[in-house]
Design a protein around this ligand. Sequence first.
Ligand SMILES: O=C(O)CCC(=O)C(=O)O
Length: 223
Amino acid sequence: MSTLFGDELFASPPPALPAGAHHVPGWLTLEQQRWIVERFHEWTQGPVPIRAAKIRGHEMSVRTVCLGWHWRPYAYSREAVDVNGNRVLDFPDWMVRLGRKALVAATGDPHAGDDFTPDTALVNFYDDTAKMGMHQDKDEESLAPVVSLSIGDACRFRFGNTETRTKPYQDIELGSGDLFVFGGPSRLAYHGVTKVHPGTAPDGCGLETGRINITMRVTGLDG
Ligand SMILES: O=C(O)CCC(=O)C(=O)O
Protein backbone atom coordinates (compact mmCIF):
# COMPACT_ATOMS: atom_id res chain seq x y z
CA MET A 1 0.00 0.00 0.00
CA SER A 2 2.68 2.50 1.04
CA THR A 3 4.65 1.85 -2.15
CA LEU A 4 1.59 1.63 -4.42
CA PHE A 5 0.20 4.94 -3.19
CA GLY A 6 3.34 6.92 -2.37
CA ASP A 7 3.00 10.24 -0.60
CA GLU A 8 3.81 12.08 -3.83
CA LEU A 9 0.41 11.07 -5.18
CA PHE A 10 -1.24 13.08 -2.43
CA ALA A 11 0.96 16.16 -2.66
CA SER A 12 -1.18 19.22 -3.22
CA PRO A 13 -0.92 20.84 -6.64
CA PRO A 14 0.88 24.19 -6.80
CA PRO A 15 -1.48 27.11 -6.16
CA ALA A 16 -2.89 28.74 -9.27
CA LEU A 17 -1.08 31.83 -10.48
CA PRO A 18 -2.98 35.12 -10.45
CA ALA A 19 -4.96 36.00 -13.58
CA GLY A 20 -2.68 37.10 -16.40
CA ALA A 21 0.36 35.14 -15.12
CA HIS A 22 1.46 31.92 -16.81
CA HIS A 23 4.35 29.53 -16.30
CA VAL A 24 5.36 27.07 -19.03
CA PRO A 25 8.20 24.86 -17.72
CA GLY A 26 10.74 23.69 -20.30
CA TRP A 27 9.30 25.70 -23.17
CA LEU A 28 12.63 26.19 -24.96
CA THR A 29 14.48 23.10 -26.19
CA LEU A 30 18.12 22.64 -25.21
CA GLU A 31 19.11 23.43 -28.78
CA GLN A 32 17.17 26.73 -28.67
CA GLN A 33 18.71 27.55 -25.29
CA ARG A 34 22.23 26.93 -26.61
CA TRP A 35 21.56 29.15 -29.62
CA ILE A 36 20.29 31.97 -27.42
CA VAL A 37 23.33 31.62 -25.14
CA GLU A 38 25.55 32.09 -28.22
CA ARG A 39 23.64 35.29 -29.05
CA PHE A 40 24.02 36.40 -25.43
CA HIS A 41 27.81 36.17 -25.72
CA GLU A 42 27.63 38.35 -28.85
CA TRP A 43 25.38 40.94 -27.15
CA THR A 44 27.71 41.28 -24.18
CA GLN A 45 30.57 42.32 -26.49
CA GLY A 46 28.90 45.62 -27.23
CA PRO A 47 28.38 48.21 -28.61
CA VAL A 48 27.19 48.51 -25.01
CA PRO A 49 28.89 45.97 -22.71
CA ILE A 50 26.98 44.10 -20.06
CA ARG A 51 26.97 46.06 -16.80
CA ALA A 52 25.47 46.22 -13.33
CA ALA A 53 22.98 49.09 -13.30
CA LYS A 54 23.15 51.41 -10.31
CA ILE A 55 20.07 52.02 -8.21
CA ARG A 56 20.42 55.06 -5.94
CA GLY A 57 24.21 54.74 -6.22
CA HIS A 58 24.35 50.99 -5.50
CA GLU A 59 25.27 48.44 -8.15
CA MET A 60 22.74 45.68 -8.70
CA SER A 61 24.14 42.16 -8.25
CA VAL A 62 22.57 41.23 -11.60
CA ARG A 63 24.32 42.41 -14.78
CA THR A 64 22.25 43.52 -17.74
CA VAL A 65 22.64 44.11 -21.44
CA CYS A 66 19.72 45.53 -23.40
CA LEU A 67 18.36 45.21 -26.92
CA GLY A 68 16.23 47.77 -28.75
CA TRP A 69 16.08 50.28 -25.92
CA HIS A 70 18.58 50.67 -23.09
CA TRP A 71 17.09 50.48 -19.62
CA ARG A 72 18.54 52.33 -16.68
CA PRO A 73 16.69 52.99 -13.45
CA TYR A 74 14.04 54.31 -14.21
CA ALA A 75 14.10 55.23 -17.89
CA TYR A 76 14.64 53.93 -21.40
CA SER A 77 16.81 55.57 -24.05
CA ARG A 78 18.30 54.46 -27.34
CA GLU A 79 21.79 55.35 -26.14
CA ALA A 80 23.34 53.86 -23.02
CA VAL A 81 23.89 57.24 -21.41
CA ASP A 82 24.92 55.68 -18.09
CA VAL A 83 27.47 53.30 -19.69
CA ASN A 84 29.37 54.50 -22.78
CA GLY A 85 26.84 56.58 -24.72
CA ASN A 86 26.62 54.04 -27.54
CA ARG A 87 23.35 53.11 -29.15
CA VAL A 88 22.15 49.65 -28.13
CA LEU A 89 21.74 46.81 -30.61
CA ASP A 90 18.51 46.66 -32.59
CA PHE A 91 15.77 44.44 -31.27
CA PRO A 92 16.05 41.23 -33.33
CA ASP A 93 13.15 40.15 -35.57
CA TRP A 94 13.53 36.56 -34.40
CA MET A 95 12.83 37.69 -30.87
CA VAL A 96 9.61 39.43 -31.94
CA ARG A 97 8.48 36.14 -33.49
CA LEU A 98 9.57 34.19 -30.40
CA GLY A 99 7.70 36.60 -28.13
CA ARG A 100 4.50 36.14 -30.13
CA LYS A 101 4.82 32.34 -29.99
CA ALA A 102 5.49 32.58 -26.27
CA LEU A 103 2.19 34.40 -25.68
CA VAL A 104 0.28 31.79 -27.66
CA ALA A 105 1.97 28.96 -25.74
CA ALA A 106 1.43 30.60 -22.37
CA THR A 107 -2.21 31.53 -22.82
CA GLY A 108 -3.46 28.83 -25.19
CA ASP A 109 -5.05 31.59 -27.27
CA PRO A 110 -3.89 31.29 -30.89
CA HIS A 111 -4.31 35.07 -31.34
CA ALA A 112 -2.59 36.16 -28.14
CA GLY A 113 0.54 37.23 -30.01
CA ASP A 114 -1.16 39.02 -32.91
CA ASP A 115 -0.69 42.55 -31.57
CA PHE A 116 2.48 41.91 -29.61
CA THR A 117 5.60 43.64 -30.93
CA PRO A 118 8.22 43.80 -28.18
CA ASP A 119 10.80 46.52 -28.78
CA THR A 120 13.12 46.03 -25.83
CA ALA A 121 14.68 43.11 -24.01
CA LEU A 122 16.52 43.30 -20.72
CA VAL A 123 18.96 40.42 -20.74
CA ASN A 124 20.09 39.70 -17.20
CA PHE A 125 22.96 37.52 -16.04
CA TYR A 126 22.88 36.12 -12.50
CA ASP A 127 25.97 34.59 -10.94
CA ASP A 128 25.64 32.20 -7.97
CA THR A 129 24.82 34.91 -5.47
CA ALA A 130 22.92 37.47 -7.56
CA LYS A 131 19.38 38.41 -6.62
CA MET A 132 16.77 40.89 -7.73
CA GLY A 133 14.61 42.68 -5.19
CA MET A 134 10.85 42.90 -5.47
CA HIS A 135 9.88 45.53 -8.03
CA GLN A 136 7.29 46.40 -10.64
CA ASP A 137 8.15 46.71 -14.34
CA LYS A 138 6.61 50.13 -14.79
CA ASP A 139 9.08 52.16 -16.83
CA GLU A 140 7.16 51.17 -19.97
CA GLU A 141 4.30 53.29 -21.27
CA SER A 142 2.59 50.19 -22.63
CA LEU A 143 0.79 47.61 -20.55
CA ALA A 144 1.47 44.83 -23.05
CA PRO A 145 2.54 41.60 -21.34
CA VAL A 146 6.10 40.89 -20.24
CA VAL A 147 7.56 37.67 -21.68
CA SER A 148 10.35 36.13 -19.62
CA LEU A 149 12.71 33.32 -20.64
CA SER A 150 15.22 31.61 -18.37
CA ILE A 151 18.36 29.64 -19.24
CA GLY A 152 20.97 28.01 -17.02
CA ASP A 153 20.76 27.57 -13.26
CA ALA A 154 17.28 27.40 -11.76
CA CYS A 155 16.14 30.15 -9.43
CA ARG A 156 13.46 30.97 -6.91
CA PHE A 157 11.24 33.56 -8.58
CA ARG A 158 8.88 35.43 -6.29
CA PHE A 159 5.68 36.60 -7.93
CA GLY A 160 3.43 38.81 -5.88
CA ASN A 161 0.59 41.26 -6.06
CA THR A 162 0.15 44.69 -7.61
CA GLU A 163 -0.20 46.61 -4.33
CA THR A 164 2.80 45.79 -2.16
CA ARG A 165 6.24 44.18 -2.20
CA THR A 166 5.12 41.86 0.56
CA LYS A 167 2.63 38.98 0.86
CA PRO A 168 0.64 37.61 -0.79
CA TYR A 169 3.21 36.18 -3.15
CA GLN A 170 4.18 32.79 -4.53
CA ASP A 171 7.65 31.31 -4.90
CA ILE A 172 8.06 29.55 -8.19
CA GLU A 173 11.10 27.58 -9.39
CA LEU A 174 12.12 28.83 -12.81
CA GLY A 175 14.31 26.30 -14.59
CA SER A 176 16.30 26.34 -17.78
CA GLY A 177 14.03 26.78 -20.78
CA ASP A 178 11.06 28.00 -18.73
CA LEU A 179 8.72 30.65 -20.02
CA PHE A 180 6.91 33.00 -17.67
CA VAL A 181 4.43 35.61 -18.86
CA PHE A 182 2.70 38.33 -16.88
CA GLY A 183 0.11 40.55 -18.44
CA GLY A 184 -3.44 41.81 -17.93
CA PRO A 185 -4.29 42.12 -14.21
CA SER A 186 -0.80 40.82 -13.29
CA ARG A 187 1.20 43.15 -15.55
CA LEU A 188 2.21 45.42 -12.67
CA ALA A 189 2.67 42.67 -10.07
CA TYR A 190 5.74 42.99 -7.87
CA HIS A 191 8.28 40.26 -8.58
CA GLY A 192 11.90 39.39 -7.92
CA VAL A 193 14.50 36.64 -7.72
CA THR A 194 15.38 35.62 -4.18
CA LYS A 195 17.86 32.84 -4.93
CA VAL A 196 19.81 31.17 -7.71
CA HIS A 197 20.46 27.45 -7.29
CA PRO A 198 24.09 27.00 -8.38
CA GLY A 199 24.98 23.83 -10.24
CA THR A 200 21.45 23.15 -11.53
CA ALA A 201 21.92 24.19 -15.16
CA PRO A 202 21.15 21.14 -17.31
CA ASP A 203 23.85 19.69 -19.55
CA GLY A 204 23.49 21.04 -23.04
CA CYS A 205 21.78 24.34 -22.21
CA GLY A 206 24.90 26.28 -23.22
CA LEU A 207 25.68 27.72 -19.80
CA GLU A 208 27.95 25.89 -17.36
CA THR A 209 27.17 28.22 -14.52
CA GLY A 210 24.89 31.15 -13.79
CA ARG A 211 21.52 32.11 -15.14
CA ILE A 212 20.35 34.21 -18.06
CA ASN A 213 16.94 35.80 -17.98
CA ILE A 214 15.45 37.68 -20.90
CA THR A 215 12.40 39.85 -20.44
CA MET A 216 10.82 41.12 -23.64
CA ARG A 217 8.68 44.20 -23.25
CA VAL A 218 6.83 46.84 -25.25
CA THR A 219 8.08 50.27 -24.21
CA GLY A 220 5.35 52.24 -25.93
CA LEU A 221 8.00 54.84 -26.77
CA ASP A 222 8.70 56.49 -30.13
CA GLY A 223 11.99 57.33 -31.70
O1 LIG B 1 15.23 37.15 -13.65
C1 LIG B 1 14.02 37.10 -13.63
O2 LIG B 1 13.40 36.04 -13.74
C2 LIG B 1 13.23 38.37 -13.44
C3 LIG B 1 13.85 39.55 -14.08
C4 LIG B 1 13.14 40.82 -13.76
O3 LIG B 1 12.35 40.86 -12.87
C5 LIG B 1 13.41 42.02 -14.51
O4 LIG B 1 14.28 42.03 -15.41
O5 LIG B 1 12.73 43.03 -14.24
